[in-house]
Design a protein around this ligand. Structure first.
Ligand code: SF4
Length: 955
């Protein structure tokens, strides 16, 4: 923002509260100029409008864009795209490393073109939080945090070295090192400012503007709880955003959710978030903004709003937004933002007419929904989808029903008799991988343990590298049943950012210990908060020692179980599960529970509040009605019920006084490097251009710019494509590009072994996203993916045509590539649902897939496919691979593609059956916007941006 415009006389001043005036682009002035009835627009739309107005330069953002958005109509057809220039970008390390790899590859390509590599530079601030890599290798012991952190550094040193190279090579790229927290919680507690300013114009005066962002993680929406516009995008779009391209999105519908009433005693913010998820999934809010308002919204604390906003991807919305009000100012103040800043923040939004939660009738929404908070009941969600809410008292009954339902109906396909079966857990020798002992011996540390987060971090930094395959000191023995809980994890920023539910877990643990309840040795329990502030208040309130006694020792400050880094179970337990196909359960305070997401061998995964996680860990099974049956026997063999140990709202409130202390936030969020000597020890590298190491199994130069020319190609019809896979409904990005562990016998496993990597050092797919060789082999390699071309087989397998030979998807893709055969993927509804994952699109592209034809697409994945130059096609209503009786023996042509292609144009999918019969099927081209046509023509966003930058700056 170097030159200031004054379009519609909208450049105004406001009182900063510091005795100075600040400049801003005024939305009320835009309304006065007659551009639109702006004060009736949803708050979220107005915040985007401010960006469009401020960044209007006649090139990337035009006056027409401003007018169109200012005249947003609640129920109009949506055809216009909005160019949204965000104020900043957040990344987590799984997505951030490959993004930095791409930037490094673009710099290398610039050098090859004879241009200045510094032309590739983020134009907006980028913050990367290293949170996704820590795994729960060790749990249930006092030193679990230190040992997991040491293991993390051992596994990821090479990636971290690369990140440090990025920090010195790019001016606006900052890293929050491992062991500090989870990206969305760190964003909420520290990175987010609410309002930003920049010196602009000839006199260098400050122009203030709302904090807005995109993040390479679906749950970026958590920041909507603080009145900040932001959502998850694929790494590909984030790269474009960093390089000065607007993030384009179709003008959204905005669903207004009018909240009334208040939560009842015994009901948590998590219960509310699960209820909202169920309600909004049913209301079909995919691709829409959701805005919460009304007295119920105003009465919620920011941390409760953030829990609800976090789950926007689960209800399918682009955002789950809460407007700005006193609660937001109060949160900023309590989390250590300066008094001056809080004043500017409040004054700015007051000047914009954006301060205060609207009431009914104030704003015209596309759809109106109502929710009375008093009607929310204690709930869990699962066993496979976050929107499948179950009232606590019905869990037992629902689990039993699901157990008996056939697999085709999303059940587990067991008979009623099998519920009674008992599976012995035999004593084992050693763990398959590392740590994870859950035996009583590992739990002997308790009240006397020092759990000060800084001390433990320092301990970790000085600790010798752990033995990667330590002997299991005390393997659990006993019996397993379907429905037994094997993992209980207080995990995920969804809940760990909310002191009310974290303190409730601590209070429940305290009462449980006092009543004499004992931990269940079969359950792997863990506590992984999203910031060290949580440990500070759990220690100050004296609650952490009780959690420790029940096995919920601190295991790390990162995503852990939420991202599937739950680590191994004790070997005998795992063996009993896999050998007998036991439908075991995980209980976790996360937001996702898709198959194989939490742990490869745990099929029933239930989301719930942290206190319920502790309760189910104690009960040891989900086949229990906690509202009527005792959790267990306490002192003197007395039955203890959930109601006996459930903390009251007043108790939680009292404990909360210890939680949000500004000085704690200021102390824990400063000078990260000094707090983390292990990070300091990692060499940073030097130079503007990365020196690629051919031997590295973590970082490789991706082939996106091989044979790159400054001229894009033409859009042409696709002929004689072969199907690589035919999939059913709800194939997730995790099915397409898993984040979790790498199977030894998979193509990626073979590659790593061939490159000298031992199985114990495989690490996860997520941590290997800087290496396209691993990731391409890992595409469609989720152990639970079902390719209908290879019926009855789970995992990344297909049949090669013609001939029908069964082989891995990667091997088939290599064979097709050798024959120059283009590939197509066919899928059902909600293709690409789940976390935003650029490798789901990149891997698809690198396997040689040119087209994905589905019944419907998840928003981010569809745009990522286009961003990688892959064509998304959508079948017309009522048409699917099943109705067409496709079996994979066909060939496919896409007809109607040319340089004149228009967004959402109808095309023809010509299917030629093995017997020669030909059918022409009309399909919609899901390239949705004009800029996407450009991306597709250029072969993706990256080549597009590179050509723009290189073309604009000739050598
Ligand atoms: S804790 Fe879970 S939701 Fe939060 S950033 Fe990590 S993986 Fe995403």
């Amino acid at each position: 923002m170097n030159t200031l415009h004054n379009l519609f006389d909208s450049l105004k001043e406001f009182d900063t509260g510091q005795g100075t005036k600040g400049g801003f682009y005024s939305l009320p002035a835009l309304e006065e100029a007659g551009v639109g009835a702006i004060s009736r627009l949803p708050v979220s739309i107005r915040l985007v409008l401010e960006s469009v107005l401020r960044n209007c330069d006649g090139k990337k953002v035009s006056e027409t864009n401003v007018r169109e958005l200012a005249q947003w109509q609640p129920k109009a057809p949506r055809t216009q795209e909005i160019p949204f220039i965000v104020a900043r970008i957040v990344l987590q390390d799984f997505t951030g490393v490959p993004l930095l790899v791409d930037l490094a590859a673009m710099r290398s390509a610039m050098v090859k073109l004879g241009r200045n590599p510094k032309l590739i530079e983020p134009l907006v601030p980028v913050d990367l939080v290293v949170d996704h890599s820590v795994q729960v290798d060790f749990a249930g012991t006092a030193d679990a945090l230190a040992r997991n952190l040491a293991m993390e550094f051992q596994r990821n040193g090479e990636r971290y070295q690369f990140l440090k190279w990025g920090m010195q090579a790019f001016d606006t790229f900052k890293v929050v090192p491992p062991g500090i927290g989870i990206v969305h919680q760190v964003n909420l507690e520290y990175l987010a400012q609410g309002v930003l300013s920049q010196a602009a114009g000839p006199n260098g005066r400050s122009i203030f503007y709302p904090d807005t962002l995109v993040g390479t993680d679906s749950h970026t929406t958590m920041i909507n709880g603080l009145g900040i516009v932001g959502w998850g995008v694929g790494g590909i779009e984030a790269e474009a955003g960093m390089l000065g391209q607007p993030v384009y999105f179709l003008t959204p519908d905005v669903v207004g959710v009018h909240l009334t009433g208040a939560l009842q005693e015994g009901v948590t913010a998590t219960d509310l978030a699960l209820t909202v998820t169920e309600l909004l999934r049913k209301a079909k809010v995919v691709g829409k903004f959701v805005e919460f308002y009304g007295p119920g919204a105003a009465a919620l604390a920011v941390v409760d709003r953030a829990t609800i906003a976090n789950m926007a991807p689960e209800y399918g919305a682009t955002m789950g937004f809460f407007p700005i009000d006193e609660e937001c100012v109060d949160y900023l103040r309590k989390t250590g933002r300066s008094e001056e800043h809080c004043k500017v923040y409040e004054n700015y939004f007051r000047a914009q007419g954006l301060f205060g939660i609207p009431n009914k009738g104030g704003i015209a929404y596309s759809t109106d929904l109502e929710l009375d908070l008093a009607g929310v009941r204690p709930s869990v969600a699962g066993p496979k989808r976050p929107q499948d809410r179950i009232e606590l008292g019905r869990l037992k009954e629902e689990f039993i029903k699901t157990l008996g339902r056939p697999a085709a109906e999303n059940g587990f396909g067991k008979t009623a008799d099998e519920l009674k079966r008992v599976f012995p857990v035999l004593d084992g020798g050693t763990m398959a991988a590392s740590g994870g002992s859950q035996g009583p011996v590992s739990r002997r540390h308790s009240l006397e343990q020092n759990t000060n987060p800084l001390t433990e971090l320092e301990m970790a930094n000085n600790r010798p590298t752990p033995d990667p395959a330590p002997a299991l000191a005390a393997s659990p023995r006993g019996q397993l049943h379907h429905g037994d809980v094997l993992i209980a994890a207080i995990t995920s920023c969804t809940n760990t950012s909310n002191p009310s539910v974290m303190l409730a877990a601590g209070l429940l643990a305290k009462k449980a210990v006092e009543k004499g309840l004992k931990p269940n040795p079969m359950v792997k329990s863990s506590l992984a908060p999203g910031s060290r502030v949580v440990s500070d208040y759990l220690n100050k309130t004296g609650l952490q020692p009780y959690l420790d006694q029940l096995g919920f020792n601190l295991v790390g400050y990162g995503c852990t179980t939420c991202i599937g880094n739950s680590g191994p179970l004790a070997a005998p337990v795992e063996e009993a599960v896999t050998k007998n196909d036991v439908i075991a359960a995980a209980v976790l305070s996360g937001n996702r529970n898709f198959e194989a997401r939490i742990h490869q061998n745990i099929k029933a995964n239930f989301l719930m509040s942290p206190p319920l996680v502790v309760a189910f860990a104690l009960a040891g099974r989900v086949t229990i009605d906690l509202t009527t049956e005792p959790i267990g026997r306490g002192t003197a063999g007395r039955d203890v019920f959930l109601k006996d140990i459930w903390p009251g709202q007043a108790e939680v409130r009292d404990a909360m006084h210890a939680a949000l202390k500004p000085e704690v936030f200021r102390r824990l969020y400063r000078d990260f490097a000094a707090q983390n000597p292990k990070w300091n020890e990692i060499p940073a590298g030097a130079g503007q251009v990365y020196q690629w190491d051919e031997q590295s199994t973590y970082i490789q130069q991706p082939p996106f710019f091989e044979n790159f020319s400054l001229q894009p190609g033409h859009i042409a019809e696709i002929k004689a494509a072969r199907p690589l896979g035919i999939f059913g409904d709800s194939v997730t990005t995790d099915h397409i590009s898993p984040a979790g562990s790498i199977k030894k016998t998979s193509p990626a496993g073979n590659y790593l072994i061939e490159h000298g990597v031992h199985f114990v050092d495989f690490n996860s797919y997520g941590s290997r996203r800087g290496n396209d060789r691993v990731m391409t082999r890992g595409t469609f390699a989720n152990v639970r993916i079902k390719n209908l071309m290879a019926p009855g087989v789970e995992g990344g397998v297909t049949t090669f045509q013609p001939g029908g030979e069964t082989m891995s998807i990667f091997d088939a893709a290599v064979k097709y590539a050798a024959q120059r055969t283009p590939l197509i993927v066919l899928a059902g509804t909600e293709y690409g649902t789940g976390s935003s994952r650029d490798w789901a699109a990149k891997g698809t592209r690198l396997l040689g897939v040119r087209v994905v034809a589905a019944q419907s697409f998840e928003r981010i994945h569809r745009s990522n496919l286009v961003g990688m130059g892959v064509l998304p096609l959508q079948f017309k209503e009522g048409v699917s691979a099943q109705t067409l009786k496709l079996d994979g023996t066909e060939t496919y042509d896409v007809l109607g593609l040319s340089d004149q292609l228009k967004p959402r144009q109808d095309l023809t999918l010509r299917i030629t059956r093995a017997g020669g019969r030909v059918e022409n099927i009309p399909v919609a081209c899901r390239i949705d916007t004009p800029i996407e046509i450009d991306y597709y023509q250029h072969g993706g966003i990256l080549p597009y941006v590179l050509r723009q930058l290189a073309g604009a700056n000739p050598s």
